[in-house]
Design a protein around this ligand. Structure first.
Ligand code: HEM
Length: 335
């Protein structure tokens, strides 16, 4: 049976404890893409510093959950085509090399095994399983592999425990327009540009972009029926917040996805990574740029865009909450 998450307890059940950046007494989310969001949909791609490809933020608490999810229900969160195996192997090597070069304090290898000093787990790099499954055991990021077949970009493998819709796994064997099809208007507005970008990802020039939404679910891993669960939790929360928007900060979460694109030189495949961050909405309560950026973005979103992200009922309370925070920021400090 599909799982539902009713009641205001949702936010408490899913609360998360690892805000990312400390600014005095305030912990700000590590990435704040809403500060720059200006339209319904944005390409928002920018060059990425190679040393920043993989982020260990949240490793110790998150990796056990990720491993458990993949072990318990790999059909739902993992899929691959045989044609992806060479690219998977290249990705495993690239990931391992990156960890040793840029996170040498946390990882060590004897060539055959990789040991993580954060959680003390040793991984067999030649384990009898697909390389994408192996690397999924020791990095926070989800990965999708894209390859050109008969002149078209095909999603050939994906490990996606972070999913909020199930769409990426369902898209293995298909193309990006099919993956984007449930997002209203996205293919019409940006489809051809996204295809061009993916074909033109240059070796040695990785890029990153962000998505974000506001949700009643604070857990990094959404319940199994992710899209419906989020919609149900957010609708329930919207009813509470309509009368009491002052509680938005404590009951809602900002879910931000950092995505990177990197061309693998030998196979020519593109590795697309996803790292999800969840922070309480209250984490931006004292940050003017985040507040004004988020309010402007939410105010500009079309009803379809809001509906797709299950933010229809949350938009007005969140904007009222933001106005309250901005008013408090404007107040002079008490003598
Ligand atoms: C340059 C590359 C890409 C761009 C610019 C892009 C853009 C977007 C945008 C604007 C959205 C709407 C959601 C939002 O803004 O919050 C979206 C959603 C989505 N994208 Fe992409 N995308 C890219 C690559 C990919 C790739 C490689 C995949 C892999 C399969 C993918 C799968 C999806 C899915 C499944 C969604 C729906 C989100 C969900 O419900 O989980 N995208 N994308």
């Amino acid at each position: 049976m599909e799982q539902q998450w009713p009641s205001a307890r949702v936010a408490i059940l899913f609360s998360r404890t690892e805000p990312s950046v400390s600014l005095g007494a305030m912990s700000l989310p590590r990435y704040r893409p809403y500060e720059a969001t200006a339209a319904d949909f944005q390409i928002g791609l920018k060059p990425m510093d190679k040393s920043q490809w993989l982020d260990l933020n949240g490793y110790a608490s998150y990796l056990p959950q990720k491993r458990a999810r993949l072990a318990a229900d790999s059909q739902r969160y993992y899929r691959s085509l045989p044609s992806s195996l060479a690219a998977q192997g290249e990705l495993l090597q690239a990931v391992t090399a990156h960890l040793l070069e840029h996170h040498g304090a946390e990882f060590a290898s004897d060539g055959r095994r990789l040991t993580c000093r954060i959680d003390g787990v040793t991984h067999d790099l030649e384990a009898a399983q697909e390389p994408l499954l192996t690397l999924s055991q020791f990095i926070v990021e989800d990965f999708v592999i894209l390859q050109e077949e008969a002149g078209k970009i095909v999603i050939t493998a994906a490990a996606n425990p972070y999913t909020s819709s199930g769409r990426i796994i369902a898209s293995v064997g298909g193309g990006i327009p099919w993956a984007h099809e449930p997002v209203p208007g996205l293919n019409d507005k940006l489809g051809p540009r996204i295809d061009r970008i993916l074909v033109n990802v240059r070796e040695g020039v990785p890029a990153e972009r962000f998505n974000w939404l506001v949700t009643a679910i604070g857990a990094l891993l959404f319940p199994a029926d992710s899209h419906a669960a989020n919609a149900a939790a957010s609708a329930e929360m919207a009813r509470i917040l309509a009368d009491d928007p002052g509680r938005c900060g404590e009951l809602l979460f900002i879910r931000a996805e950092r995505q990177t694109l990197l061309r693998l030189p030998q196979t020519g495949a593109v590795a697309f990574s996803i790292h999800t961050y969840s922070d309480p909405l209250s984490s931006i309560a004292r940050h003017r740029e985040s507040l004004t950026g988020m309010a402007a973005a939410l105010a500009s979103y079309s009803p379809e865009r809001l509906g797709y992200s299950a933010m229809t009922g949350l938009r007005d309370p969140v904007i009222r909450w933001i106005e309250q925070q901005l008013a408090e920021l404007a107040d002079p400090l008490p003598a």
